[in-house]
Design a protein around this ligand. Structure first.
Ligand SMILES: *[C@@H]1O[C@H](CO)[C@@H](O)[C@H](O)[C@H]1NC(C)=O
Length: 287
């Protein structure tokens, strides 16, 4: 009895610590899908790098499909003169009527800020761009980029600071991503026809190969398998964090206002020239 209790307790705590430290292994969770060796899983699955040279970029995708989740990834972006390069990190269901939640990091010439581009697609329709500069140099260290996706809202965060919230407004007739499972994708590619200062600055191939790095992937998510989803980290609901119903408390809203006020450089909801017939309906209700 006593022995089995101790065995149970030991087992419980070792399981708990596995779950608590559940940074996932890149070999288990992802597949390098293109780039002919330019994407690499390193250090027994702890690290992943993508690279880009004149011949090709590279990319990876998750083995799992997810329907809702709280997904963290640490990225360190292409350093130096990264103008023309784009590191995309996103969730997508793919196809014509796809849902998608995007982070895209647009490189810049040395000393000039990256642009963090965000977008949300529902049933094939996007056009919901918000762009930010960052309050740190994203090429010096790893920083955590998170997507909280639950039935009520999508929240984009950087190092735990929410920068954007996209609410479910189906009650106003606006589609919200909630029926199509999505995979995680990332790619590093050349977009010097548009990315940096509207395409005026071209990629300097003398700097190639360009590399962006990934580590500490963590997903508390509902994993979609053969037509149904199971939620939690692994098969167990993550204790304490009820991300499936999570909303922004007033402290988080305050931090989001701070990011919007100081670091947002483009907001589709403020672009009257682009929407001369009136801003999209969700803009009026985004408080
Ligand atoms: C690059 O730097 C310029 C000048 O600071 C800035 O206006 C621009 O938003 C930055 N990002 C991109 C992707 O061009």
């Amino acid at each position: 009895m006593a022995t089995s209790k101790i065995v149970f307790i030991t087992l419980f705590f070792s399981l708990a610590s596995i779950i608590a430290n559940s940074k996932a292994n890149f070999n288990d969770e992802f597949t390098i899908t293109w780039g002919d060796g330019r994407g690499k899983v390193l250090n027994s699955g702890d690290d992943l790098t993508l690279s880009l040279d004149k011949a090709s970029g590279s990319g990876f995708q998750s083995k799992n499909e997810y329907l809702f989740g709280k997904i963290d990834m640490q990225l360190k972006l292409v350093p130096g003169n990264s103008a023309g390069t784009v590191t995309a990190y996103y969730l997508s269901s793919m196809g014509n009527t796809h849902d998608e939640i995007d982070f895209e990091f647009l490189g810049n010439v040395s000393g000039q800020p990256y642009t963090l581009h965000t977008n949300v697609f529902a049933q094939g329709k996007g056009n919901r761009e918000k762009q930010f500069h960052l309050w740190f140099d994203p090429t010096k260290d790893f920083h955590t980029y998170s997507i909280l996706w639950n039935p009520q809202r999508i929240v984009f965060s950087v190092d735990g600071i929410p920068i954007r919230e996209h609410k479910n407004m189906e009650s106003k007739g606006i589609p919200f991503p909630k029926n199509q499972p999505m995979r995680i994708y990332s790619s590093l590619w050349n977009a010097d026809d548009w990315a940096t200062q509207g395409g005026r600055v071209k990629t300097d191939w003398a700097q190639a190969p360009f590399t962006s790095s990934y580590r500490n992937f963590k997903a508390d998510a509902c994993i979609w398998t053969s037509g149904s989803s199971s939620c939690g980290s692994g098969s167990k609901p993550a204790s304490g964090s009820n991300w499936l119903t999570q909303e922004l408390d007033s402290a988080s809203l305050g931090r989001m206002r701070w990011a919007e006020k100081n670091y947002m450089v483009y907001n589709y909801c403020a672009d009257l020239q682009r929407f001369p017939q009136g801003l999209p309906t969700e803009c009026s209700a985004t408080d």
